[in-house]
Ligand binder design. Structure first.
Ligand SMILES: Cc1cc2nc3c(=O)[nH]c(=O)nc-3n(C[C@H](O)[C@H](O)[C@H](O)COP(=O)(O)OP(=O)(O)OC[C@H]3O[C@@H](n4cnc5c(N)ncnc54)[C@H](O)[C@@H]3O)c2cc1C
Length: 355
């Protein structure tokens, strides 16, 4: 009997697979390509919500886990994943500069917002009011992570690329059975695909579509991440990711002309050199109304679990949320009530309505 069946191998599924393997647990992963949020993500991590000048929820705790998590994966998979790059917020006025310096005085932001005005100039970005720098930021090459991790699991015979068929799952009191596999637990980490999961589809997963461009701009010569109405993230060889859009209505993975126009218009306001669009991606972020992850154990089955709702911040949240869930299952540690699915009263009560 295995310890875990894991459904989904995006950032959430990989983070859980990792912590399970690290603790000598046996796993088997089912994954398909129906969702692609992790694959196409910008991969940015940034401890500050710049729009509101507030600290990302539990940013410090998440960063403390993020660095060793991706470093261990780099070693194990033999690829470079974590690029620690300064993130610069472009200022458009003296007032914006002042707001930055006021924010950088706040106790919870002072360690993340540099008080040095960045006056360095990049030819293709006119910036008379200069930039503010967010510390401890960077990006993870999520596409490479997903491909390399799949390869690693395949080599160990721990992965099948197939849609998980929920109707075939048998839940016993002390195990789960799926086709010819028996395990102590099953962890569902399907991103927005959760909506097809009969065990958890009553959870309030909203989904926010995002689109992103990969461009080539030979004269941009940017060695930092720049954020204005879009972010521009250098990925090497004159290629840049430009993103991202937010759409709360459309729940498909299909790229749209409207989003492409929004991104190119915003990009043209930021840079004045030529660029060529190489790729255009779209995916649905697994967002939740209260902006907190959906983690925990099914109200009726103590061996059926969920790891989802990573929203707009999967890179930072995945290692921390996987650790919380693992400790909850293996060491009976209580989940933070902000992430525990038991906070969703309608979801829990829906299982007891007829009793
Ligand atoms: C345009 C865009 C830009 C983004 N930029 C950033 C960023 O810069 N930084 C950041 O931190 N986050 C970013 N995000 C958000 C981030 O991508 C998500 O938080 C994260 O990827 C969610 O990971 P996940 O593993 O929960 O879901 P997913 O990545 O969706 O992975 C779920 C996996 O499960 C599989 N699956 C689903 N159902 C089944 C089934 N029945 N059987 C088998 N497999 C199944 C899916 O196909 C998929 O492979 C961005 C998202 C988008 C769309």
């Amino acid at each position: 009997m295995l310890d875990y069946i894991i459904v989904g191998s995006g950032l959430a599924g990989i983070a859980f697979s990792e912590i399970a393997l690290e603790n000598d647990k046996t796993i088997f992963v089912f994954n398909n390509q129906s969702q692609n949020s992790s694959r196409i993500a910008g991969g940015l991590y940034n401890p500050v919500i710049l729009k509101r000048f507030s600290e990302v929820w539990k940013a410090k705790e998440q960063l403390d886990l993020l660095y060793p998590f991706y470093a261990t994966l780099e070693n194990k998979l033999g690829v470079k994943l974590d690029y620690k790059l300064p993130l610069l917020r472009k200022f458009y006025s003296a007032e914006e500069q002042n707001n930055w310096f006021t924010a950088s005085d706040k106790p919870n932001l002072s360690e993340f917002l540099s008080t040095n005005l960045i006056t360095k100039k990049w030819d293709a970005i006119p910036s008379p009011f200069n930039y503010g720098e967010v510390l401890f930021s960077g990006y993870v090459d999520t596409g490479l992570l997903l491909d390399s991790y799949k390869e690693f699991l395949l080599q160990k015979g721990l992965y099948e690329e197939v849609a998980f068929d929920y109707s075939q799952l048998v839940v016993n009191s002390d195990s789960v059975e799926y086709k010819n596999i028996k395990a102590k637990h099953i962890v569902f980490a399907e991103g927005f695909g959760l909506l097809s999961n009969p065990f958890f589809n009553k959870l309030p997963l909203d989904g926010t579509k995002g689109e992103l461009l990969l461009i080539k701009a030979s004269n941009l010569n940017l060695d930092v991440i720049v954020k204005s109405s879009v972010f521009v993230l250098p990925v090497g060889n004159d290629y840049y990711k430009v993103g991202a859009t937010y759409n709360w209505e459309d729940k498909t993975n299909i790229p749209t002309e409207a989003a492409k126009k929004e991104l190119t218009d915003n990009l043209k306001e930021l840079i004045n050199c030529d660029f060529e669009i190489i790729e255009h991606y779209a995916g649905v972020r697994p967002t939740v109304k209260d902006r907190r992850p959906l983690v925990g154990t099914h109200p009726l089955y103590n061996n059926v679990h969920v790891l989802n709702g990573l929203g707009t911040r999967g890179v930072m949240l995945a290692p921390a949320m996987a650790k919380n869930l693992f400790n909850h299952i293996e060491n009976q540690m209580p989940l933070d009530k902000n992430i525990d699915i038991r906070r969703i009263k309608n979801f829990v009560s829906s299982f007891y309505q007829n009793e």
